[in-house]
Every structure is written in structure tokens, then in C-alpha cells.
Design a protein around this ligand. Sequence first.
Ligand code: NI
Length: 134
Amino acid sequence: MKVCRRETFNSAHRLFREEWSDEKNKEIFGKCSHPNYHGHNYVLEVWVDGPIDPMTGFVIDLKILKQIIHEHVLERFDHRNLNLDCPEFKELIPTTENVAAVIWNILRSKLDDKFSLEVQVQETEKNKVLYTGN
Ligand code: NI
């Protein structure tokens, strides 16, 4: 049985490699490479897979999952510049893929091993990624 908590956060980023020219960065990363950063309204879906607890009827108490996401993900990334404010992205390009993997790793460490975890991050109406741990 899988349950999901959906959250949203707003962050700024810039996709670029320092060792590449502006032209090459623009060619690879397009608008997301604009030098002065830009924001996205990210939609995060955290899916937790596990058995239904016969005592509560829940897989996981979604209030608790909400608290974990707020404390460990939104506090870090919401209304931040991912490149400048977040040490996780000092050496890691903040693509949607990497944002999802970073969030998955954070949440994995906070959840009981009996649960499987999937993290979906939507960067725009048209683009989203799903990370399941590999
Ligand atoms: Ni972008």
C-alpha cells in the first residue's frame, strides 16, 4: 500500500558548469543557465510504501510524514537559492534529478526501514522526475 504527501516549495537556481563557456552552458541548460538565477515553484510528492498498521489503519501517519518533510526538506530549500544557500548543491548541479535524489536521501534517513520511499519532484507543469533510490 502506498500513501503520498504532497508539498510545494519555491527555490531559485542556476544550472551551469564553471568550466564551460557561457555558450556551452546555454546550449546544454537553456534558460535554466541564465546568470542571475530564476525561481521554480516545485511540487514535491513523497510516496511511502508499506503495510497497513492493523492498530491505526495507516501505512504511516501523514501528519508525521508532513512534519518530517517540513523540518528536513522545506526548512532547507523553501525560499532559498539552491546554488548559494544550500551546501548540498555547492558541488552538485541543482537539476530536478539532483533535487529529487537529495530529498530522497534526506527522507530515507528519517524513515523506518520497513517503508519503501519514492520522491517525485515537478519543476514545471511539463517536467517532473521520480527517484526510487536507484
Ligand atoms: Ni530552472
